[in-house]
Design a protein around this ligand. Structure first.
Ligand SMILES: [Zn+2]
Ligand SMILES: [Zn+2]
Length: 330
């Protein structure tokens, strides 16, 4: 089969690889669509020893002892593979499992994954939509939106409109919020409105803050969804959120930011939380929204055949895209 190899120095090549063999409980998937994800940047720059791609969907070609999934089933793959026996796995929250692994291998013609990571697609759902809803783009956005309290106001700021920020806007708009987005990149700034449906978009935190003050009589945003991972933007969320508002962090940042506990949290009684991946339950809820008209396909800005993986990576990491898919695998 053909599969992508990342050899380092921003180089992706197509290699002839053996079709992986199945161990007990695993399934072989004939991959139809996979998506390039921002978290693949490190592997793209430094290379990796495995076939990349953790957001993918396809048809089950073979199974080995996992009863719930059959040959011919159309599935997306949940990137998370927990141990299945610990407290969090039993609670349906494998993202907190200490032995949680990430399913890779989607940028190929075939991939082997544990059967328990397969998410069956609803009959009407095409594979491209399956990748978006069954992958972390919409998954993280949906999970973040589900953190918002029911009695929250209407004005939400979305900071950063890469794929997860775009998914966030689309989800929040579906739920009826007024969304003010912030994004300095010109393509993504425009795409936030044209594809995801943001009500307004600004290229700086300051301009967005000014507008939010205007909209809320100086109170601040009811919630801020931080999707950029930029330290300065993350710090700014605490200034722009109203007293008793909610801040949800989704953009990863492994460095530190300074917080003034009194001014930023105590005196405003702000609720700060995060959204880490998504659960099978979140997936089924998103499928229900899809049945009622929630359609994320507009978030795809570029499609490439598998053999153009290099172009897909280059295009995505230059930053002027929405979601980028690898589609045709012939
Ligand atoms: Zn991802
Ligand atoms: Zn576990």
């Amino acid at each position: 089969m053909k599969g992508v190899r990342l050899t380092g120095s921003r180089h992706a090549e197509l290699a002839e690889l053996p079709i992986p063999s199945l161990r007990k409980g695993e399934v072989l998937i004939k991959v139809k669509v996979s998506a390039v994800c921002g978290s693949e940047r490190i592997d793209y720059e430094n290379g990796c020893g495995y076939v990349p791609g953790h957001e993918f969907a396809g048809e089950v070609a073979e199974t080995n002892g996992y009863g719930r999934i059959r040959t011919g089933d159309r599935v997306a793959v949940n990137v998370l593979c927990g141990c299945g026996t610990c407290y969090y796995c039993k609670a349906g929250l494998p993202q907190f499992c200490r032995s949680c692994l990430i399913c890779q291998g989607g940028h190929a013609q075939y991939a082997v994954v544990p059967g328990k990571c397969c998410l069956k697609l609803p009959e009407r759902m095409d594979y491209e939509t399956g990748v978006l809803i069954g992958g972390d783009t919409l998954g993280v956005a949906f999970r973040a939106a589900s953190k918002l309290p029911k009695d929250l106001g209407k004005i939400i700021m979305v900071s950063g409109t890469g794929p997860i920020g775009l998914g966030m806007i689309l989800t929040l708009k579906y739920f009826g919020y007024y969304v003010v987005a912030v994004e300095p990149n010109l393509f993504r700034n425009h795409f936030a409105v044209s594809a995801a449906g943001a009500d307004e978009v600004f290229s700086s935190q300051e301009a967005a803050a000014e507008r939010i003050c205007e909209l809320t009589g100086g109170m601040g945003a009811d919630a801020v969804m931080e999707c950029s991972g930029n330290g300065r933007a993350q710090k700014h969320t605490l200034k722009i959120v109203k007293p008793q508002g909610t801040v949800v962090f989704c953009g990863e940042n492994y460095s530190q930011i300074e917080i003034a506990p009194s001014q930023d949290i105590i005196h405003k009684e702000v609720c700060i939380t995060g959204a880490f991946y998504f659960t099978e339950n979140d997936f089924h809820n998103m499928c229900m929204l899809y049945e009622r008209g929630f359609d994320p396909i507009k978030l795809v800005s570029h499609r490439f055949p598998l053999h153009d993986a290099q172009k897909a990576y280059q295009c995505f990491f230059e930053g002027n895209t929405g979601k980028v898919l690898l589609t045709d695998r012939a």
